[in-house]
Every structure is written in C-alpha cells, then in structure tokens.
Ligand binder design. Structure first.
Ligand code: HEM
Length: 136
C-alpha cells in the first residue's frame, strides 16, 4: 500500500522516481554492454571508467530507491518491495558470476540469469506485485 503524498513532498517523489527509473535503465544498458564485452573478451572491459561507472550508477539507483521507499512508506519486508530486493540479490549474484567466472559457459549462464532477474525486478516494480506474471 503506497501512502498518498501531496504538495512539495509529491514533487520530490516525482523527481526522485524519475531519476530512479532513468538509473534503472542505465544500469541494465551498462550491464548488457559490459556483459557483451566480457563474453567477447574485449579490452574495453578493463578500462578504469568501465569498472567504476557501474558502482556510481548502482549506488545512486539503490539510494534513490531507499529514499522512495521511505517517502512512500513502503515496507522492505512485505509484498512487492521484498520480492524486488530478492530479485536484486539474484541480479547482483548472477552479475558477479558473469564478470568473474573463468568458463565461457558459466559466464553465458550468469548473463542470462542476470537478465532474467532484472526483467523480474522491472515487472515487480511496474505491477507492484511479487508475482507480476499472468496467472491461470
Ligand atoms: C536493479 C534495481 C532496481 C530497478 C531496476 C528498479 C526499477 C524500478 C522501476 C522501473 C520503478 C518504476 C515503476 C513504475 O512504473 O511505477 C521503480 C519504482 C520504485 N522502486 Fe525501484 N528499482 C530497483 C531497486 C530498488 C530498490 C533497492 C528500492 C528500495 C530499497 C526500490 C524502491 C522503489 C520504490 C519505493 C518505487 C516506487 C513505487 C511506487 O511508485 O509506488 N527500487 N523501481
């Protein structure tokens, strides 16, 4: 259940949410590009800015998510936000496997797992349901 917000508080929520969504697309785009560079063994993957930028984007994305949850009074322990955080753990885990595994097969499996996790996170965020898929 999301608390209705009004006035200045509402404007802050709109701006924070817009930034959160923009960063959500940016993290996925960045992950897909780095995933392909990793699979292609491109030297671009080792560039300093390529290694640092995801940390900056992800820290901002998660911080703004926390701000939204506090402002909208959404509990992280119940319903869709808990499901989203579990999806986030899976995304981080699969992402680490993609970037660090030695075997190409394991890297590809990690990449597919990370993409599936982030699709789930988006679906949960938009539907605000822990089971965002049509049932029956
Ligand atoms: C990879 C990580 C994440 C992605 C891809 C993501 C994506 C999104 C997207 C696309 C929306 C907009 C949904 C809509 O259409 O209304 C959203 C909203 C939101 N997200 Fe995230 N998010 C992430 C992480 C987080 C985290 C870590 C938190 C909190 C700890 C969080 C809390 C929220 C909240 C409270 C909203 C607003 C929901 C509402 O308007 O009712 N998100 N997120």
């Amino acid at each position: 259940m999301v608390r209705p917000v009004t006035g200045r508080s509402r404007r802050i929520v709109i701006v924070v949410k817009a930034l959160h969504i923009a960063l959500a697309y940016l993290t996925v785009a960045g992950f897909v590009i780095r995933g392909f560079w990793t699979l292609a063994e491109s030297p671009l993957r080792e560039e300093r800015w390529v290694r640092i930028a995801p940390h900056v984007v992800d820290t901002l994305l998660l911080s703004l998510g926390v701000v939204l949850a506090i402002r909208l009074q959404v509990s992280p322990f119940s319903g869709w936000l808990a499901a989203k955080l579990l999806g986030l753990l899976a995304y981080i885990g699969f992402g680490t496997v993609t970037m660090r595994a030695r075997s190409r097969t394991v890297k590809v499996a990690g990449f597919v797992g990370a993409l599936a996790s982030v699709v789930y996170i988006f679906a949960v965020a938009v539907s605000r349901s822990p089971w965002p898929f049509p049932s029956g």
